[in-house]
Write a protein that binds this ligand. Sequence first.
Ligand code: SF4
Length: 240
Amino acid sequence: MKRFTQKEVDEIVATLSTPQETLKWALDNLHPRVAKASSLGAEDSVIIHMMAQIRPDARFLTLDTGRLHDETYQTMARMEQKYKIHFEILYPDMQKVSEMVNERGINLFYESVENRVMCCGVRKVEPLERALAGLDGWITGIRREQTENRKGVALIEIDGRRQGILKINPLASWTWDDVQGYIKENDIPYHPLLDQGYKSIGCAPCTRAVQEGEDHRGGRWWWEGKSGSKECGLHMEYEA
Ligand code: SF4
């Protein structure tokens, strides 16, 4: 088990200037106890491409919540084929899903914030926490530009909610144009819904396209309006 002090993290970050350098540092120093967590959004396509160039046997985690868009599975298969990588697919505890849905309804998340948070907890947070428990670091596609709450995201953070493992955000400073440009330049497979205005990919009933000028995660849980946190609990530290 490797843990780093903030001073050590600061010294490491001072030596890194690109996402590729950041990922190489993570894979050289933490593999196989580091993994990319992915929902197959645009940022994930970029990072998966970069990681596969460094080492195709890097670890890629993805959550099958049971409510994903079909296009998400298609994108997953295309990425695996192109890069010869393997996604470790995390599933929720089906007993808990069954109890929740039978007690509160199949689309419980539309009924209240409490129900929505519960559904994200059972379908997303719990399985991811189980997977992260054995790691020294995880890699995310978080960018500062995505929401007001994510403005302070650092390149590498100590994840205090998860026993101090490292949270590595190689695209922290990238803009949406950087992401799109990189995908085009490198002919990277990407989620088809991006072409329909989706800037963030989540569960099908809880995500929709965003308008120009709207927060990139504004399509998440849109029925909750602007007061909603736009976080599902995986990145609770960025909640308002
Ligand atoms: S995004 Fe929606 S369907 Fe998916 S886990 Fe959260 S509340 Fe449930």
